[in-house]
Design a protein around this ligand. Structure first.
Ligand code: FE2
Length: 138
């Protein structure tokens, strides 16, 4: 599994949200490097804590913009966000001493979830919001 490189296909078109997505991918890459070097358990607690605050802040940001510009897919998008919040919580509940296995599982989960979510779900609001408020809305 190589480190995730940012690609144009990940761009929603909304600069502030793309910046937040980039930061998340940086964190996934940090986890990747740790797992590759068999020290995943040393960063696991950090990454889980980061994810907890990131998901709150980032999802609120996306949902605020979708609401502000009357994006019709808001309710569905919120459901998907809640699923991720629940999945992270579940992983957190299983995190006691922090094992390599859990670190690997989290990495696998995030790689699939984040990229799929950005490409399949977030991109739906991208062009919509861009047409309403422009790419520099915050
Ligand atoms: Fe989203």
């Amino acid at each position: 599994m190589p480190v995730i490189a940012w690609k144009e296909i990940y761009e929603t078109g909304i600069v502030a949200l793309d910046d937040e997505h980039r930061k998340l991918i940086d964190e996934i890459n940090r986890l990747y490097e740790a797992v590759r070097d068999k020290r995943g358990e040393t960063v696991l607690g950090d990454i889980l804590a980061m994810l907890e605050s990131y998901t709150v802040d980032h999802f609120q940001h996306e949902e605020k913009l979708m609401k502000e510009y009357d994006f019709p897919g808001l309710a569905d998008h919120k459901k998907v966000h809640q699923e991720l919040i629940d999945a992270i919580q579940d992983l957190k509940n299983r995190f006691t001493a922090g094992t390599e296995e859990l670190a690997r599982e989290l990495l696998k989960f995030l790689r699939v979830w984040v990229l799929e979510h950005i490409i399949d779900v977030d991109k739906k609001y991208g062009s919509f919001l861009e047409s309403r408020g422009g790419r520099f809305i915050k």
